[in-house]
Design a protein. Structure first.
Length: 132
């Protein structure tokens, strides 16, 4: 389950044509959403360059991102994000605004926002079937 909502949080969602980008590793745009007291306080789009995991994690961390919601993500990128203290919620698909609403209502993990083939479950199983 998603961690409990804190009073102030910044999340990033990879975006492609108003949906969650299918693959984080090649995504080039994120929607950054600032949440205060469980409501959207502000949002903006930022560009991600074709950077290595370290550089992308550093950039997201510099923007104050605490949670990354994305589609597929390689283990290298995911581990690097987590080293920088960014919680990764991977294998999510759907309209970015519906995904955001589900996140805000704490129903993201119980609704049908998982990519096809993703089995869900506990955190340690999120990368099952991926590269090792």
């Amino acid at each position: 389950m998603i961690t409990m909502m804190v009073r102030h949080k910044k999340i990033a969602m990879t975006v492609w044509n108003d949906i969650i980008s299918p693959v984080f590793d090649s995504a080039n745009r994120v929607l950054i959403v600032e949440i205060k007291d469980g409501k959207v306080f502000g949002s903006r789009y930022e560009v991600l360059g074709p950077e290595l995991p370290f550089s992308r994690a550093l950039r997201l961390s510099g923007w104050g991102i605490q949670v990354l919601i994305c589609g597929g993500i390689s283990i290298g990128f995911a581990r690097t994000m987590e080293i920088y203290g960014i919680e990764v919620i991977p294998f999510i698909t759907g309209n970015v605004h519906r995904v955001l609403d589900a996140y805000l209502s704490n129903t993201l993990m119980v609704n049908n926002f998982f990519m096809p083939g993703f089995r869900g479950g506990c955190r340690r199983n999120r990368f099952r079937g991926g590269r090792r």
